[in-house]
Design a protein around this ligand. Sequence first.
Ligand SMILES: *Cc1c(COP(=O)(O)O)cnc(C)c1O
Length: 328
Amino acid sequence: MTLHIETPLIKSRALSLKIGRTVLLKLEGLQPSGSFKLRGVGFACEEHKRRGALRFVAASGGNAGYAVAYAGRELGVPVTVVVPQTTSERAKALIRGEEAEVVVHGASFAESNAYALSILGDGDAYLHAFDDPLLWEGHATMIEEIARQTERPDLLVCSVGGGGLLAGVVEGLQRTGLGDIPVLAVETDGASSFHAALKAGAPVALPKIQSVATSLGANKVAARIVALAKEHPIRNCLVTDAEAIQGSVTLLEEHRLLTEPACGASVAALAHVPEYFPDAQRIVVIACGGVGTTSQQLLEWSDFYRLEREQVAVSHSDEVHSPESPQR
Ligand SMILES: *Cc1c(COP(=O)(O)O)cnc(C)c1O
């Protein structure tokens, strides 16, 4: 028994038609904690319990903290989750709903993380959100499932925050003898810490994260994925916030799935596949899920960007069709 479940891999007719290639979606949002995080976190928590951990401590107001809370309740181990002051009431309520203690400390993730480390006592196990080989080993199980569920894909698409998911995906590919299948690693423009790390040749701290895809907002990636980029075919792709939101809207409208823009980003990246991998015909997208976005929030964002597009369209049509319009 594992804490995570085996998730479906479905063919997306809508997305396949849209890009003219076969698109399959690995539905990680169906995990009981609403994201793929439970694979790695569940695996790590079970291991820590075996080693005698009496409490799990994590720093995350997002899907990682929620997954640790879920795992702790299931395993009968108390959990403390330290979250920054910016964390929404809804996120805190979700974590408390899993019977975990929520401690609000610090203005940023870095501050709450430092505090979480400072309160660790004997018998406490610390769960990182992305930079831990135990997590990667757990995340890799999704690739073992994919290898059983379908014939060989020729491209995997996944989102990158701190890089735990990417490290797990590559580990899974290597473990199943699929180590030559390339990965398109997707970020939003305002959370492009992997992009920066690839450019610098090592993880670098971004001065600021600014994206609706908050689950991609690790300001510095794990060194592991920079190393992996040298031994595995990985290409990095950036999408805009508007594209990421549209990706989530597509999952909602075509597949009745509510996801965060962190997940929509990978769907949006499909439009860019022909530039990066012109020959890829059979593509698996890790639909990583996420509990942080309500349907109302998603539709508000979507309306915002639709209005913005319409305004741009109107101003362009002024220029093109109304030569007598006043000079700007
Ligand atoms: C955590 C998370 C990511 C990013 O995963 P990393 O392991 O940090 O790269 C993407 N999407 C969702 C929904 C997440 O919860």
